[in-house]
Ligand binder design. Structure first.
Ligand SMILES: NC(=O)c1ccc[n+]([C@@H]2O[C@H](COP(=O)([O-])OP(=O)(O)OC[C@H]3O[C@@H](n4cnc5c(N)ncnc54)[C@H](O)[C@@H]3O)[C@@H](O)[C@H]2O)c1
Length: 259
């Protein structure tokens, strides 16, 4: 098959960007999508300068059905759609008592509905053999009372991926999930800012020191994960090396969650 195209959502963010850079080695065309086109264009230039892949951008809110449909119309004109990485996501620490319905719905709209819409359109338009990789989180298995909304939305992604895997098993479309551990991206920078605001004992520590302390306490291997660690797992699941693997969930987290 020529001009194999993969779509990466959340491609301006820490993990999405690393994933797009890595899979540009394996696809002819990589389509980057995120909320803002301006930032995407910068990312596309940097990826294109270091690979032979064609990198195209298209802004899209993954929680919006019409925008997702439009994105796939564009993608289908640009290549044979064979890969999808659902990396767009939002998450924030919130005590359960303080999660209002709007916040709960917003987290599910991006993390869960977004994954559903992107995957549904992929199933309709992909040219098998093709593969989906969903970015869930170890928060889906942690029972963290500050992440009830986020953890529940990411747990839903895992079960949705199971259903896609079984439903598409005979069509040549695979679906797998990666659960990243702790990666120092904007998501964690914002989380640490929240923790510092709410815990006076952290006031004198830098954001990096607070993050290092959380990593030391939480990760058996004692080190944070890098975006490239996640990108490597995604590239494997998308590739033919994983042609007999579907419906699986892989934690890349230094031994934090045992699956
Ligand atoms: N950083 C971590 O430690 C960690 C751990 C586990 C899972 N994850 C997951 O990895 C993924 C990437 O996270 P990250 O750490 O790179 O965070 P990030 O905040 O740096 O990136 C997330 C990206 O998603 C985009 N996005 C948000 N809402 C969107 C929407 N409605 N439509 C399209 N794009 C949207 C943002 O603009 C941003 O570029 C997320 O799904 C996150 O839940 C991250």
């Amino acid at each position: 098959m020529t001009n194999k195209l993969a779509i990466v959502t959340g491609a301006s963010g820490g993990l999405g960007l690393a994933i797009a850079s890595r899979i540009a080695e394996d696809f002819d065309t990589v389509m980057l999508t995120d909320l803002q086109e301006e930032r995407l264009s910068e990312v596309a230039e940097s990826i294109e300068s270091s690979t032979s892949a064609r990198v195209i951008v298209s802004a899209c809110d993954v929680s919006d059905q019409a925008q997702v449909a439009g994105l796939y119309d564009t993608a289908a004109r640009e290549g044979a759609i064979t890969g999808l990485v659902n990396a767009a996501g939002i998450g924030m620490f919130t005590p359960i008592a303080e999660i209002d319905v709007e916040l709960w719905d917003r987290v599910f709209a991006v993390n869960t509905r977004g994954t559903f819409l992107m995957s549904q359109h992929f199933i309709r338009t992909a040219q098998p053999p093709a593969a989906i990789v969903n970015i869930s989180s170890i928060g889906a298995r942690a029972g963290n009372d500050m992440l009830a909304h986020y953890g529940a939305s990411k747990a839903a992604v895992i079960e949705f991926s199971h259903a896609v895997a079984r439903g598409c098993a005979r069509t040549g479309i695979r679906s797998n999930t990666v659960m990243p551990g702790f990666i120092y991206t904007d998501m964690w920078r914002n989380t640490v800012a929240y923790l510092k605001q709410n815990d006076p004992s952290l006031a004198d520590l830098t954001t990096e020191q607070v993050f290092a302390g959380i990593v030391d306490q939480s990760i058996p291997m004692g080190r944070a994960q890098e975006p490239e660690d996640i990108a490597e797992a995604v590239a494997f699941f998308l590739s033919d090396r994983a042609k007999n693997i579907t419906g699986q969930t892989l934690a890349v987290d230094g031994g934090t969650v045992l699956t």
